[in-house]
Every structure is written in C-alpha cells, then in structure tokens.
Design a binder for this molecule. Structure first.
Ligand code: NAD
Length: 243
C-alpha cells in the first residue's frame, strides 16, 4: 500500500494515535481528528499529518474531515472511525440515561456521520476502506458497562449493513474489536489493584495489547491485502473471545 490518504478520528490518544503514527511512518498522508487539541498539535508536527479539532458527534466535524483531506492532499482513501467514550454507571443510577445518550452520540452517531461524510470522497477515489473501532464489548456482555456494550454492538451491525450497501462501489467497511488495550481509557482498570489482575487473568495471552497491535490490524483492513474482506469485525483480543 503506497500513497494513501487516511483520516483517523480519536487520533490524539491510544489506538487512534498509534494508527496515525503507523500510517505516517509508512509514508501515507493523514488527517488526524480529535476533540482534544493537545495531543493533536504534537502529531501535526510530523510530515504528512494535518489535524482537525472537533467532536465526531457533530456533522460539521465530519464534513470538514473529508474537505480537509481533499483540500490538503487531493483525495481520501481510508477512514478510521475510532473515537469512542465509555462509562455510564449502573443503569438505575441518576443521569445514566443522559450519559447513555452521549455514548450513543459519540460511539454510534459519530460513526454514522463519519461514513456519510466520507462516502463521496471515497467514491471519487474509485473506492476505499472504512475501518471502525468496535470492541469485544460489542460481542458479549460485560459487568457494569451496558451503555458501552450497546454502542459497540450497534456499530458491528452498522458495518455489516453498510458493507453490503457500498460493496458494489468498491468501498469496504470493516471493524476491529479490540480487547483490553493499554490506553488512557483503560489506565484506571489496569492500575486497579484487584480489577487489573482479574481482567488480565481472563485473557488467554495474559497481557493487555499495545495500541500498536490494534493499529496493525487497522492497517491490514485498509490495505489491498484485505481487498476481498468486507462487513467483518476482527477481534484483536489475545484470545479473549475464543473462550
Ligand atoms: P483513548 O481515550 O486513549 O483515546 C480516545 C480518543 O478519542 C481520545 O483522544 C479522545 O479525546 C477522543 N474522543 C473522545 N470523544 C471524542 C469525540 N466526541 N470527538 C472526537 N474525538 C473524541 O482510548 P482508546 O482506548 O484509544 O480508544 C479508542 C477506541 O478503541 C474507542 O472507540 C474505544 O471504545 C475502543 N476500544 C478500546 C479498548 C481498550 O481497551 N483501550 C478496547 C476496546 C475498544
């Protein structure tokens, strides 16, 4: 894969950041999008990386993501819709429904808007690849994270449905389902004296992923090596969902 133009959301940290770094290292052009400006500024100092500060739940952010790719690099080939948030607390707790709405806005609406905004640019490139970051939490239930589980399951079926709708236009839509990955999102769990080791114990490989291990699979799904792969969700989880 050479000379691709890639847009990555949730780019300032964790899996998104590792994805930007991996594509940039391999000579591609990247539009890095995040609500958090700080991490983005540092990424945008790299060759071939431009940044955009914005909320993926807003239509303007997604419209500008595609427009910025076209203005700066003249095309768009791959979109990695990775931004995500967790945590709603127990279903019966005060404010849980409002937090559920926000989780759906970022984790589901943000992906819908991202696909919608990218399609014309991907079509103009003669096709392309969309990769969504779901989660193993979309494949099974976890204690205490019902809202996150709902959002991550929703995008798995969104990927299937849109893969069917756009396959004939050479636009592939896939997802990764990361298991426990060492990022800002999970730092609290990893550092927790009992919860951290308990989660690690459930992973057949007995360790958490490095964000780079997720980025490598995103890379594969974006690349021509995956040219006949569409509508799938690939667990990248050290064997967790094999249990
Ligand atoms: P992270 O917190 O390190 O990075 C997430 C990034 O998304 C942050 O930079 C944050 O600012 C950005 N973001 C959040 N809301 C946004 C919004 N509305 N608009 C734009 N950017 C926004 O977390 P991570 O672990 O790298 O998570 C990346 C993705 O991977 C998420 O979708 C997450 O649900 C998923 N995931 C993570 C794990 C894990 O163990 N870390 C496991 C499964 C799935």
């Amino acid at each position: 894969m050479t000379d691709q133009v890639v847009a990555v959301t949730g780019a300032a940290s964790g899996i998104g950041r590792a994805t930007v770094e991996l594509f940039a290292e391999r000579g591609h052009k990247v539009v890095a999008v995040d609500v958090a400006k700080r991490g983005l500024d540092e990424l945008a100092e790299r060759d071939g990386v431009v940044s955009l500060v914005g909320d993926v739940a807003a239509e303007e952010t997604n419209a500008e993501l595609a427009a910025l790719a076209l203005r700066t690099f003249g095309r768009l080939d791959t979109v990695v819709l990775n931004a995500g948030i967790g945590g709603a607390g127990p279903l019966e707790s005060p404010g849980s429904v409002e937090r559920f709405d926000r989780i759906l806005s970022v984790n589901v609406r943000g992906v819908v808007l991202g696909i919608r905004a990218a399609l014309p640019a991907l079509r103009a490139s003669g096709g392309g690849s969309i990769v969504v970051t779901s989660s193993v939490s979309g494949l099974h239930g976890d204690p205490g994270t019902w809202a996150y589980n709902v959002s991550k399951a929703a995008v798995i079926n969104l990927v299937r449905a849109t893969a069917i709708d756009y396959a004939v236009e050479n636009i592939r839509v896939n997802a990764i389902a990361p298991g426990g990955t060492a990022t800002a999102l999970t730092a609290g769990v990893i550092a927790h004296p009992t919860l951290g080791p308990a989660v690690t114990e459930r992973i057949p490989q007995r360790r958490w992923a490095d964000p780079r291990e997720q980025a490598e699979v995103i890379w594969f799904l974006a690349s021509p090596a995956a040219s006949y792969v569409t509508g799938v969700t690939v667990p990248v989880d050290g064997g967790l969902t094999a249990n």
